[in-house]
Design a protein around this ligand. Structure first.
Ligand code: NDP
Length: 263
């Protein structure tokens, strides 16, 4: 029996155990997926091996710590320095990033996306901004503080804190902050957010399973929106494929993982 887990702080809200266990159970794959509340990201590697895990997903706020904990990084994670999936390959930790492709899957129904505003400058923002740039999209980033924004100066087209923000017209605004995850905060001051919403066609939130204050505001303004569920599904299918190393078919993984959203 293989054991998998999600690491995060907080982690009790995570739907990942339900999603992955639904796939394992439906396809008779001998594995179980649990959650681990990890406060200190520097303990990730040691905790992973102590629990004898075969693989794991990483959520807030440990994705950068996960990158550092790995012995080898593969694919897109190399470009962004952020890891959301780790695999135990013969005692070595191999890190991947499936968030960005999961998000591209989520917004595939939105058309003519050429100009995006990303709210937040954390690990998810970094992955999404780099992925959007691969598609030649013009990307602006707005964050409440300066620190983590620095490294976006070389990846994004424009970076702002709340103090120096200059509004543009956007096709899509994406909330990647954790504002609204376990509180009722907006991702930026309310009047600034109102101005932003009046200048976009679509909005998306990385947070799933609830209508955040950000999405409630967009809904009031009749803007087409989506929460993070499809992103979660997209990244989960890709992570599960890595967990089972091609032993299950992608179509089957997708089918049963999608079913878990009805539970
Ligand atoms: P990080 O901790 O790396 O980054 C959090 C970001 O949010 C930082 O930019 C931080 O700003 C900002 N922030 C936090 N609180 C507030 C607030 N009250 N007001 C404004 N800004 C705030 O987190 P991640 O990037 O890993 O994750 C971000 C969100 O995305 C989480 O809610 C997570 O659940 C969700 N997510 C969803 C996925 C899905 O599949 N649907 C996948 C991945 C993530 P500062 O720099 O100033 O501290």
């Amino acid at each position: 029996m293989k054991l998998f887990a999600i690491f995060g702080d907080p982690v009790s809200h995570s739907r990942s155990p339900l999603m992955h266990n639904c796939v394992f159970k439906s396809l008779n794959y001998k594995a179980c997926y649990t959650r681990v509340h990890l406060k200190d990201g520097s303990k990730l590697r040691e905790t992973f091996f102590n629990l004898k895990l075969s693989g794991a997903n990483i959520t807030v706020p440990h994705k950068e710590a996960a990158f550092k904990a790995c012995d080898e990084i593969r694919g897109f994670a190399n470009e962004v320095g952020v890891v959301n999936t780790i695999i135990n390959e013969n005692g070595k930790l191999i890190g991947y990033n499936t968030d960005a492709d999961g998000f591209m899957y989520a917004i595939s129904e939105f058309t003519d996306i050429n100009n995006i505003l990303v709210l937040g400058a954390g690990g998810t923002a970094k992955a999404l901004v780099s992925r959007f740039k691969q598609e030649n999209i013009y990307v602006s980033v707005l964050n409440r503080s300066r620190g983590r924004l620095e490294e976006f100066k070389t990846i994004a087209d424009a970076t702002y804190t709340w103090d120096n923000f200059k509004i543009k017209k956007y096709d899509l605004v994406v909330n990647t902050t954790s504002a609204g995850l376990s509180d009722d905060n907006y991702p930026c001051p309310k009047d600034m957010l109102e101005n932003i919403l009046d200048n976009t066609s679509y909005v998306a939130d990385a947070i799933y399973g609830k209508l955040t204050p950000f999405l409630q505001f967009a809904q009031k303004k009749n803007i087409t929106y989506k929460d993070g569920s499809d992103m979660l599904l997209g990244q989960g299918v890709l992570a599960n494929e890595l967990f089972v190393s091609a032993e299950l078919k992608k179509e089957d993984i997708q089918k049963y993982m999608k079913k878990s959203f009805e539970l």
